[in-house]
Write a protein that binds this ligand. Structure first.
Ligand SMILES: NC(=O)C1=CN([C@@H]2O[C@H](COP(=O)(O)OP(=O)(O)OC[C@H]3O[C@@H](n4cnc5c(N)ncnc54)[C@H](O)[C@@H]3O)[C@@H](O)[C@H]2O)C=CC1
Ligand SMILES: O=C(CO)[C@H](O)[C@H](O)COP(=O)(O)O
Length: 300
């Protein structure tokens, strides 16, 4: 099979390499010329624009977008549109919002597959978990590519119609937030608690047979090994947040309670305190004096 890949960053480059390794042909484009040159060195055919990529592909085009969610996806699709027809298939493997994906599925002349991708850069060796939404025939058609990009045939499946792949990935990310929060709280209690513990040793022990073993816990073990048990100079600032916000918003619309995900999202936003501290915490500090004459902690 021949696949066009647009977006050759951390994730797109893995798509290129795994598809090449599986014996398929790749035509590759990125706004970053160095990324294109590097993909060409790996065996892909370089393209110097989206249009050039489309023109280098066979009649029945198979194209994988791996660009940042939002405008970049619409920009690539706008350039592709004159070159697409109903026999072509476009996969969006990024973290697009599922409603953008249903809109794009309606607007794009090709069959459109929204593909939630999980596994991060570690997927280079392991392969990804792929959650695909869209027409069944297009999913079947792209199965050799999904087999190559995923951990294998069990690492991908069609979730349902347009939007469902990115919907499942959105919820996946909500779960990711809550799990990170749970591990974070547990390790914080261990760090602040009664015993002088080696948290890498705790994580390693848990990862070997404990009920709560997981890849995220392996990443906790790695973090303590590389940063130290007190996490060294790692700041208490957590970036990102868009996918968790989408999950919470959808849960509110569906009237489904997701208190853990909501709390984890709030903690993430809460980590972005002003340099002089969170206003709400400062006010709570002062109010305890107001109602109980408790001592007010004041800045040095
Ligand atoms: N990094 C991760 O762990 C994961 C990322 N994702 C999603 O995958 C997508 C890609 O993420 P990354 O590879 O991490 O991002 P990245 O920032 O490493 O790479 C994005 C690439 O797209 C290129 N690009 C941007 N606009 C373009 C355009 N209009 N035409 C062609 N190329 C363009 C950039 O030059 C860059 O090389 C995003 O939607 C992200 O949310 C999904 C799962 C995990
Ligand atoms: O999808 C992912 C992991 O599964 C990506 O790492 C994503 O960037 C994380 O999203 P957020 O910025 O909302 O934390």
């Amino acid at each position: 099979m021949q696949l066009g890949v647009i977006g050759l960053g951390r994730m797109g480059r893995i798509v290129v390499d795994r598809v090449l390794d599986a014996g398929h042909d790749v035509v590759a484009f990125d706004l970053d010329e160095e990324a294109v040159a590097s993909a060409a060195e790996a065996g892909a055919t370089p393209a110097d624009s989206v249009v050039d990529l489309a023109e280098r592909l066979d009649d029945e085009k198979r194209i994988w977008l791996m660009v940042p969610a939002g405008e970049a996806v619409d920009a690539a699709l706008a350039d592709l549109e004159p070159h697409l027809d109903g026999d072509d298939v476009v996969v969006d493997g990024g973290n697009s919002h599922f409603e953008d994906s249903t809109r794009r599925a309606d607007e794009t002349p090709a069959a459109y597959l929204d593909c939630g991708t999980s596994g991060g850069p570690a997927g280079a060796e392991l392969g990804f978990s792929l959650m695909v939404g869209g027409p069944e025939w297009a999913y079947e058609e792209l199965t050799p590519v999904f087999d190559a990009v995923a951990t294998g045939p069990a690492g991908h499946d069609r979730m349902g119609p347009a939007g469902s792949g990115h919907y499942v990935k959105m919820v996946h990310n909500g779960v990711e937030y809550a799990l990170m929060q749970a591990y974070g709280e547990g390790f914080e209690l261990l760090a602040e608690g009664r015993y002088d513990l080696d948290l890498e040793a705790v994580a390693r022990t848990w990862n070997n047979g404990a009920v709560i073993r997981s890849w995220l816990l392996e990443l906790c073990e790695e973090a303590f090994r590389e940063e130290g048990t007190d996490l060294g100079d790692v700041d208490d600032y957590v970036a990102g947040g868009s996918t968790g916000t989408w999950t919470v918003r959808e849960a509110l619309e569906q009237e489904v309670p997701v208190p853990l995900i909501y709390q984890a999202l709030g903690e993430r936003f809460g980590s972005r305190a002003r340099e002089d501290g969170r206003f709400s915490r400062r006010l709570a500090n002062r109010l305890r004096y107001g109602f109980g004459r408790h001592e007010v902690a004041r800045r040095e």
